[in-house]
Design a protein around this ligand. Structure first.
Ligand code: DHB
Ligand code: FE
Length: 324
């Protein structure tokens, strides 16, 4: 079939009408973006001769993705999260904000409000029978090497089956999620368990999309971080544990060379006793360098709907309203 109608005046006028160009109300940016998005999709339908069957099966897949709140899962798989990071890196470079530990994607599985501790926290609830003890530690430093005391280090990761508490209802509340405030030397330490890699649920709509591309939905074992301190740029990052088969084949494109960290098995009795552990463990060391900034808007994480964060926002807004 060679029918092409995209460039006809009828279709071009139609697109302007759909995007509300002839309407006084609405939002100008929404109109511009919708017009561009629909134009690109209409042209695609023309160029690829998309059939009604194909179109309606795509609508059905979108419904399935939305129905299972999987757009946040598919988004990293289709590279949007990493693309936004690449743009942010370029924006920082242009503003001469260079140096510091690289950012990488947040992912869809953060939960706000984890318990906070000073210097040290145990993150696991001791209920994972396959969990290998992990000693996770590091120092937060300025780009000139000065330790940053009082930095907020938020850490979250999966259990030995790749599941995250809150999203995995079999785990206790805030299991493997903690906020640790760095000590006077800028150090944080966590006792936890080595996470396993995460996989998109088999047969889920996200999996259907990835399989149609001949791709898998696996992530290497990884540990998420938010790090913030006054006068410094907020950092969203992750470490990937070295040696995982998916370290360099992450479906979410989050791996960066500087963020691949080994887990070193330690069996020395003295080292075990010094940490008050009951057997061999794996040590993971991740030091973090924060770029400086005076801009308050760069010192906090960007807004995004997050589990339990809205409730907190809503309650603080309520408290603010109550004070008026
Ligand atoms: C996804 C899961 C993760 O644990 C993560 O860090 C990033 C993405 C996902 O399911 O898309
Ligand atoms: Fe993750």
């Amino acid at each position: 079939m060679t029918v092409k109608i995209f460039d006809t005046p009828d279709v071009q006028d139609f697109l302007k009408t759909i995007a509300g160009f002839d309407q006084a109300g609405g939002n100008e940016r929404a109109k511009q973006i919708m017009h561009r998005l629909l134009s690109d999709l209409f042209k695609l339908i023309d160029d690829f001769d998309v059939t009604p069957e194909e179109y309606w099966s795509a609508v059905s897949l979108l419904n399935a993705l939305g129905g299972q709140t999987q757009f946040g899962l598919l988004s990293p798989g289709l590279g949007f999260d990493h693309f936004l990071d690449m743009r942010q890196d370029a924006i920082d470079a242009e503003a001469k904000r260079t140096g510091g530990t690289p950012r990488t994607i947040e992912g869809p599985l953060y939960v706000a409000g984890a318990p906070e501790a000073e210097g040290f926290a145990r993150m696991d609830d001791g209920q994972d029978p396959d969990g290998e003890t992990m000693w996770l530690t590091g120092q937060v430093r300025d780009v000139d090497g000065t330790p940053v005391a009082g930095a907020k280090v938020e850490i979250w990761h999966a259990n030995s089956r790749g599941g995250y508490s809150f999203f995995d209802p079999t785990q206790s509340e805030y299991n493997l999620r903690r906020t640790i405030v760095t000590d006077a030397d800028g150090r944080y330490t966590a006792r936890s368990i080595i996470p396993s890699g995460y996989g998109v649920p088999e047969g889920a709509p996200t999996d259907v999309v990835l399989k149609s591309l001949g791709r898998h939905g696996e992530r290497p074992a990884h540990i998420h971080y938010f790090i913030s301190a006054p006068g410094h740029q907020h950092l969203t990052t992750q470490i990937n544990l070295a040696g995982d088969p998916y370290t360099w084949d992450d479906f979410a494109f989050a791996t960066r060379e500087e963020l691949v960290v080994p887990a070193n098995r330690i069996e020395d009795q003295g080292e075990i006793a010094r940490r008050e552990l009951d057997g061999p463990f794996a040590e993971v060391v991740f030091d973090i360098e924060l770029a400086r900034t005076d801009k308050p808007e760069l010192q906090t994480r960007h807004a995004r709907p997050r589990a339990k964060e809205d409730e907190q926002d809503a309650s603080s807004q309520l408290a603010a309203t109550a004070r008026v």
